[in-house]
Every structure is written in C-alpha cells, then in structure tokens.
Write a protein that binds this ligand. Sequence first.
Ligand code: COA
Length: 260
Amino acid sequence: MKFNNINVHISPLAKIGKNVKIGDNTIIYDNVEIGDDSIVCNNCVIGEPLNSYYSNDNYTNPITVIGKNSLIRSHTIIYAGSRFGHHFMTGHTVIIREETIMGAHCSVGTLCDIEGYVTFGNYCRLHSYVNIGQHSKLGNFVFVYPYVNFTNDPHPPSTICVGPTIGDFSQIAAHAVLLPGAQVGKNCLVGVNTTVVNDVPDGSVVSGNPGKIVGRTAWIRSKEEGKENTSYYPWIYNFDRGMPWKGIGYDKWVEDGSKI
Ligand SMILES: CC(C)(COP(=O)(O)OP(=O)(O)OC[C@H]1O[C@@H](n2cnc3c(N)ncnc32)[C@H](O)[C@@H]1OP(=O)(O)O)[C@@H](O)C(=O)NCCC(=O)NCCS
C-alpha cells in the first residue's frame, strides 16, 4: 500500500523527520515534530490547536512531539502540547487531548479517549474503548483493558480534578472504574467490573463494587499448561510478548541496564 498524498496539509512550521510517511487527508499543524521512520495514516490530525486558537489572533500552537518509529493509525486526533516517546502507536479513531505526556513504546487502542494533562511511563498499553480523565498518572508497564474509566471529579459537577494514579506493572481489567484520586500501587490487579474506591497497596488484587482487597497477585495460579501449580505474578516472569526483556528474561534485562 502506498499513500497518495492527496489533500495532505503540513504546516511549514512542522518538523518532519526522515522517511516519515503521511496518509491522505491528514493535517499536521504548526510546531509538530515527527520523529524519523514514523507513519501517520489517513485522516489524522496532529497538533490540533487549542480553544484559544479560535479567539486569539496571536495564538502560538504549543509544541507536539511524536517520537521516532511511531505508527499513528487512521482517524487519530492528537491535540497540540502532547509528547510521545519513540515507538508510539495508536489504533483507529483515537482522541488524545493536550498535555498528554507518554514515555516510549506506549500504545493506545481503537476508540480510546485521553482527556489530556496526563502522564504515562514507558510501555503502557491501553486496549480499545478506554477513557482516561485529566490528571491521571500511569507508571511503567501499566496495561488497561477495554471499557475502563479513570474519573477525576469526586462530586460532579465541580471544579475539582484529581485523577487516579497507577503504579508500575499494574493491570486494570475490563470495565473497571477508578474513582477520583484512587491510588493503585505497583504490581496490582484490578479485577473486571471493579470500582476502585480506596487505595490499593502494592501487589494486591482488588475486586467488586466497592472494590475490596481480595488477595495478593502472588496467590494467583497460572492457567498455562504445565505451569498450573506456579504463581503467575509477577507477570514479568511469565509474559514477554512485545516486552524489552523478550528472549532474555526480565532479570537479565534489568542486569543489562533496563534499556528501552
Ligand atoms: C457516589 C460518590 C459521590 C460517593 O463518594 P463519597 O461521598 O466521597 O464516598 P466516600 O468515599 O466517603 O465513601 C463512603 C462509603 O461508600 C463507599 N463508596 C463510595 N463510592 C462508592 C461507589 N461508587 N460504589 C460503591 N461504594 C462506594 C465507600 O467504600 C465507603 O464505604 P465504607 O464507609 O464502608 O468505607 C462517588 O462514589 C462517586 O460516584 N463520585 C463521582 C465520580 C464520577 O464519576 N465523576 C464524574 C466523571 S469524572
């Protein structure tokens, strides 16, 4: 497949790296920087101007950075003032608002809505249909499964905006809701349909509505053939698809300097 470069608009103030491919009907606004070897597919908007663009004649678009080797799939809209590390990836019809900061190797699934002013570490994965409210913070290797909601207004409508915080390696299962300011520690598992009301200590499994600590992740047995009597968590020792420790194991990766 080749892009035909039909109806593509690239601001002269944008910096486009080497070997970047840009699809049809895509708009790249002022002060966008796209790293080398990236692909922006059809019908995308990168560096969408903020509200003041429409009322302020002296508006300057904030800098938007897409790291090298990124793949932005069709109908993704990324607002100005967001920054993504290398190997960033989106699915289709993704909306990412301003001041979204992500490390390297993050991916955002189809139909996700990230409301801006959020920070993600490296290797975070949002599956499809995830909603991340403003001022949420995700650590490294946090995976979020479909239809999860991160809320931030404790008693709507109000002007309070306090997002949830999720520690490294934690997994947030499908349809979970995180209440404003919820603090989930490291290596936790938030079960399907859980409403996280209180803070969740490191290594816990939380489940139900309201969410209760029902155990430790270390107590969960593997369902993989031949491993039934072993603990599945920490998952870093049992899962390596797309992970930087693939083929060498987590401990060796750390020993070698945790390169991303
Ligand atoms: C209903 C709501 C306002 C209650 O908040 P609150 O009054 O601060 O409640 P508290 O944190 O004082 O908790 C009181 C009790 O109710 C429980 N509880 C609180 N929210 C709960 C919920 N949504 N579901 C089940 N139980 C809940 C708490 O566990 C606590 O139980 P306990 O007394 O046994 O410990 C809050 O849960 C809520 O839904 N906030 C809105 C979030 C939202 O969607 N904002 C808009 C989108 S950003």
